[in-house]
Design a protein around this ligand. Sequence first.
Ligand SMILES: [Zn+2]
Length: 108
Amino acid sequence: MAIVQCPSCNKSISDKYKSCPHCEISLSGLDDEQRHRLAIKSRVKKQQMILNHSFFALILFLGGFLYLYNQSPQKGTIEYQVCIGVISLSCVWYLVNRAILVYLKKKK
Ligand SMILES: [Zn+2]
């Protein structure tokens, strides 16, 4: 018995399983070509999800920035601190997502 990666969800499973216990994809009768295609499909799906996250972070960042610019809340108020918090959090979130995307692209 050997431990292999599920071609669909990338979790470690035994090669004796007829279907993945995590994502329930059928593994019997899959040739290398089909496994390869499934692996690509799951990677593209993951990249798409990260891309959506970074897009959402960008919108949050712009929203916080525009609010700060238009409403110009007083320094030291909760409103101001929430704005700064949202801006810095979304900035970090965006950068982390971009880094993951670069990493995923290099991995292949
Ligand atoms: Zn799976």
